[in-house]
Structures are given as structure tokens and as C-alpha cells.
Ligand binder design. Structure first.
Ligand SMILES: NC(=O)c1ccc[n+]([C@@H]2O[C@H](COP(=O)([O-])OP(=O)(O)OC[C@H]3O[C@@H](n4cnc5c(N)ncnc54)[C@H](OP(=O)(O)O)[C@@H]3O)[C@@H](O)[C@H]2O)c1
Length: 328
């Protein structure tokens, strides 16, 4: 079978399309023939060395496909079933992937396989952000960075569905249109601001009559963290959920009292789906929302598996919108 493998950490060029023997499922595992593989920003952290990993590395934590073999003791799924996954293990950039049966999510009949792959990780992340990390309430106002990104489009829709007013940031006119389509109440083109750190919070406060947002969801990290913090109302919450622009440097906790007795959290999906019941609840919730049309899933780009490096270049180059998939 073909896989994408990196021999060492580095830029997108380290991602090589290679032949490797197909694995056999061990106890509790299933072997899946992948039909669509999700590309997520975390894959770029793994590849580049931002997060220390063992190499050689087959990146990827997400995908969907058909079960072709089951290991000893597996009863939850059978050969021929369609499943999706968003596990914290890597190895999904491959034509065949071993998945723990405990985290293999049955794909509902009404959902096509690429949509299931597109939703598993970013969908459950968006779901955890509005109904886990915080429980959004009707009438609240939130800020979402990178509103036209994979998480951003889903998070905006789920926050709107929870009754919140959503202010997003985006870099281009095309992304602004997509973000408004997802339900954003106001969109700020942060790349047009001369001084992001002062002008972004000023715009947010203009929009909120000087109060600030109840929750700032920041997945951009280094470049936006200070602006997001300054956009939050007294006793509000900053949810730092990623670092697309780089990691946020060490932080003086005294800043939280000066800024208004704020809360900051740095959640990771793995901790919000570790419990099997919670995993099924979050997956079931986003799959159901997609099936009924309550949640629109935008697949912005599909690349052949062999072109994974190109997909990483596009994601890191800010040219993608919505979900990026690799198709074996
Ligand atoms: N905590 C968790 O469990 C969890 C789970 C999933 C994802 N995440 C995080 O959520 C964030 C979004 O992930 P995603 O996969 O949905 O990616 P994405 O939002 O589709 O892509 C990243 C976006 O970030 C924006 N951005 C701003 N500055 C950037 C820079 N210097 N370089 C690259 N992008 C920049 C770009 O949008 P604009 O052009 O509009 O600025 C870009 O399109 C990432 O930080 C990721 O790590 C966290």
C-alpha cells in the first residue's frame, strides 16, 4: 500500500509517497481501506517538529473508509462497515490504516464518507468548544479567529445554533463571504489592520458597545493572542485552541486580573473524547447535524494522497478554506 512518510522533521518536502506493507489488525483493532483522509493543522506541527514526534512518521489523525479486516475480540464493528476516526494517534496518511475499534465511529447511511472524514476531528473540536469547554448561552457574543478555516466555519455555525452572535476574523474577501455564509454577524479582515493588537480589540469593543466578547476562541495563537485577550469582557473566557501562526510564549498570569479577572484555557480534543460515551455523544451530535443539514460541511480542497506536501503548503500558506482532504 502507499503511505505518506516523513523520515525526519522539516518543511512539507519531507513528506514522501512510499510503498509499505499493509498491516494486520491486532487485538481490538480494525483495518480500514481509507476513502478520504483529513488534513489538520496539527499534522503540520507533527511534521515540522513543533510537537516532538518519533520518526519516521506517517502523519494524520483522521479519516474514513471501509473496514476490511477485524482483530481478535472486536465486536463493535464488522467487515464492510463504514467508519470514521479522529484519534490522537498518527498514521492516517495511508491507503490502509489500523484503527482501535473503540474509537471507530460508525458512519450513518445518510452521510457520505468524505463528509464523515471532514467532520470527525474539526467537527468534534467545534462541538467541544461550544458545549464542553464552555456551554454557550443564547445572547452571548463570541470572537472566532480564522472564521473561514476548517474549525472556524463549523464553530461559527454551532455557536450561532447555540444562540450566540459571532464575530470572526479572516484574511481575504473570499473568506469573509464564506464566514458570513456560516452565520457570522460581523467579520473583521485582520490582515488589513495596521496594528492587530490594538485595532482588533478596538473593533470588537465598538461592536459590543464597549463591553467585549463573552468568549474569544483563538486558534491562530501567537499573532492574535494579545488581541483576543484584550477583546474579552470582564470575567470572560479566552479559549486558546491552537497556534496556526505559532505558539503563544510564556504568559504572566497577573495579566488576567488586570484585564478583568479573565479565564484562559488551552483545551485539546483528546481530553474531551477520552471517555467512550463522550466520544459517541460528540460524534453523534455533529454527524446528526450534518445529516439533517443543520451543519454545512465545506470541503474546500481534495488532493491525491501523493500530493500531501502540496496540501500542507496550502494549509500553512493560508490559501485553504474549510476542510482539506487527501484522497487515496
Ligand atoms: N485543540 C484542539 O483539540 C484542536 C483541534 C483541531 C484544530 N485545532 C487548531 O485549530 C486551528 C485551526 O485548525 P484547522 O485545521 O481548522 O486549520 P484552518 O483554520 O483551516 O487553517 C488555519 C487558518 O489560520 C489562519 N492563520 C492566521 N495566521 C496564520 C499563519 N501565520 N499561518 C497559517 N495560518 C494562519 C488562516 O486563516 P486566515 O487566512 O483567515 O487568517 C488559516 O487558513 C489550528 O490552530 C489547530 O491546531 C485544535
Amino acid at each position: 500500500m502507499h503511505v505518506i512518510e516523513a523520515a525526519q522533521a522539516g518543511g512539507p518536502d519531507v513528506l514522501q509517497y512510499l510503498e509499505r506493507p499493509a498491516p494486520d489488525p491486532g487485538p481490538g483493532q480494525v483495518l480500514v481501506r481509507t476513502e478520504a483522509i483529513g488534513v489538520n493543522f496539527i499534522d503540520t506541527y507533527h511534521r515540522s517538529g513543533v510537537y516532538p514526534m518519533d520518526f519516521p512518521l506517517v502523519p494524520g489523525q483522521e479519516g474514513a473508509g471501509v473496514v476490511t479486516a477485524i482483530g481478535e475480540g472486536v465486536t463493535q464493528v464488522a467487515e464492510g462497515d463504514r467508519v470514521a476516526w479522529a484519534s490522537s494517534l498518527t498514521g492516517s496518511y495511508a491507503e490502509q490504516v489500523l484503527v482501535d475499534a473503540a474509537v471507530a465511529l460508525p458512519v450513518p447511511d445518510a452521510l457520505d464518507t468524505p463528509t464523515a472524514a471532514a467532520l470527525a476531528l474539526q467537527g468534534m473540536t467545534a462541538q467541544m468548544l461550544v458545549d464542553g469547554v464552555v456551554a454557550l448561552e443564547p445572547g452571548q457574543t463570541v470572537l472566532v479567529t480564522a472564521g473561514a478555516g476548517g474549525v472556524g466555519l463549523l464553530l461559527t455555525q454551532l455557536a450561532v445554533a447555540a444562540g450566540a452572535r459571532v464575530i470572526t476574523t479572516v484574511s481575504t474577501a473570499e473568506k469573509e463571504e464564506l464566514s458570513r455564509g456560516a452565520g457570522a454577524w460581523a467579520v473583521i479582515r485582520y490582515t488589513e489592520l495596521d496594528d492587530l493588537t490594538t485595532e482588533l480589540p478596538a473593533r470588537v469593543r465598538e461592536l459590543t458597545h464597549g463591553v467585549g466578547v463573552d468568549v474569544a476562541y483563538d486558534g491562530v495563537g501567537k499573532d492574535t493572542f494579545d488581541a483576543s485577550l484584550a477583546s474579552v469582557r470582564t470575567r470572560g473566557m479566552l479559549v486558546l485552541f491552537g497556534g496556526a501562526s505559532g505558539q503563544v510564549p510564556p504568559f504572566d498570569l497577573q495579566r488576567l486580573n488586570r484585564a478583568g479577572s479573565l479565564f484562559v484555557t488551552r483545551p485539546t480534543l483528546a481530553h474531551y473524547i477520552a471517555d467512550p460515551e463522550e466520544l459517541r455523544f460528540r460524534a453523534g451530535s455533529v454527524f446528526a447535524a450534518a445529516r439533517t443539514g443543520a451543519l454545512a460541511v465545506r470541503i474546500g480542497a481534495r488532493y491525491p494522497l501523493a500530493d500531501a506536501a502540496e496540501a500542507h503548503r496550502a494549509l500553512e500558506g493560508r490559501t485553504t478554506t474549510g476542510k482539506v482532504l487527501l484522497i487515496p
